[in-house]
Design a protein around this ligand. Structure first.
Ligand SMILES: C[S@@+](CC[C@H](N)C(=O)[O-])C[C@H]1O[C@@H](n2cnc3c(N)ncnc32)[C@H](O)[C@@H]1O
Length: 343
């Protein structure tokens, strides 16, 4: 007889055990399965290519995803981790499979890239080595291999390591195109995930409700000759963690309204204090297509204006504002947390 359940972790481990052992793709015990999966590098597995996801590249190159530190969660052989390192991020990349990590390290050596690979279960002991805070948590294809109860571990990891103002970039199976569509309860009755779970936009919005949705779209199919990887059976989601809100205050002490997306502006060669003129220049170059700006209701301030604009960034001393140490930053959008979503 066992009476071992005492903590949430105990419950999560018990639920892991309700799945057939050979269906496990997410615990430390699944490492061997993934090692076998990566053993033959010449197999025609779409994501064995050494190219970054097209959505990640788009959001980084458009200056929407910025910052210094990134975590690639379930990095496999590190194609996205290497891309992020090449774009100047300090990258930690974690995976269950020693084989994938070895392949990633080889790729990094060949490319002269500096990536800190971490081997192990991101939701177990290896997670403790992922201290963050990260400006970007990136996951291409790991989340959909988790059983329903491990979403709790996933959200806890994101909550712990993602910096306020940072982004989560997620690609996962799109319902109707790829992945298992059994209900959560049916998965436990079956004891299998059937190759990975399909998600709808509604389910993703519910699961990541604590984050602000910046964009949720299908990944674009990329042709073979493209420098990017893209498969339209995947969702590509960009979510942002709210920057800390400082209540009250005006001008340099102003709070960032809930739902505001703040992009950083860097002044090359400057002292870190970005001038307003520089900020205006940057704001003018931020594409406004796709921005979802709307009145925040009740709060009648100039924040309600649509489109990118400048706002003063307080001097150093408080808050996890992006990159620049003082001066001005670009406010790229306002998304009222409680407002109805736009289609
Ligand atoms: C579909 S592969 C994607 C690999 C890589 N992101 C890519 O797109 O090339 C999913 C990866 O998630 C990893 N994974 C699954 N559960 C994990 C966990 N608990 N901790 C760390 N990695 C995990 C697997 O080892 C596998 O390499």
């Amino acid at each position: 007889m066992d009476r071992d359940i005492r903590t949430v972790d105990d419950v999560l481990r018990l639920l892991d055990g309700l799945f057939a052992p050979d269906a496990d793709r997410w615990t430390g015990d699944a490492a061997g399965w993934w090692d076998g999966f990566y053993a033959d590098r010449s197999r025609p597995v779409p994501f064995f290519v050494a190219k970054p996801d097209e959505n990640l590249a788009e959001w980084v190159e458009r200056g929407i995803v910025t910052g210094r530190r990134a975590l690639d969660l379930g990095c496999g052989p590190g194609r996205n981790a290497l891309y992020l390192a090449a774009r100047g991020f300090e990258v930690d990349a974690v995976d269950l499979s020693a084989e994938a990590i070895a392949w990633g390290r080889e790729r990094a050596r060949t490319a002269g890239a500096d990536v800190r690979f971490v081997h192990g279960d991101a939701f177990g002991e290896a997670g403790a080595r992922l201290t963050g805070p990260y400006d970007l948590v990136h996951d291409s294809g790991c989340f959909h291999h988790l059983p329903p109860h491990r979403r709790i571990s996933y959200l806890a990891l994101v909550e712990r390591v993602l910096a306020p103002g940072g982004h989560l970039v997620l690609t996962c199976f799109a319902a109707g195109s790829m992945g298992c569509e059994l209900s959560d309860a049916e998965l436990y009755r079956d004891g299998r995930l059937h190759g990975g779970l399909a998600y709808t936009p509604g389910s993703l919005r519910r699961i990541f409700a604590e984050l602000t949705e910046v964009e949720l779209r299908r990944m674009r199919d990329e042709p073979e000759e493209s420098p990017y990887f893209g498969k339209a059976f995947l969702w590509a989601g960009l979510f942002r963690r709210e920057a800390a809100v400082r209540p009250g205050g005006k001008g340099k002490d102003a709070a960032v309204p809930a739902g505001a997306a703040v992009a950083s502006v860097r002044e090359p060669g400057g002292d870190g204090a970005v001038r307003r003129s520089k900020c205006r220049q940057a704001a003018a170059s931020v594409p406004s297509a796709g921005l979802r700006c709307r009145p925040l209701g009740g709060a009648s301030t100039s924040w309600e204006e649509a489109g990118p604009r400048c706002l003063p960034r307080p001097g150093a001393g408080w808050s996890p504002w992006p990159a620049v140490s003082s001066g001005w930053v670009v406010l790229t959008s306002l998304i009222g947390r409680n407002s109805p979503r736009q289609p």
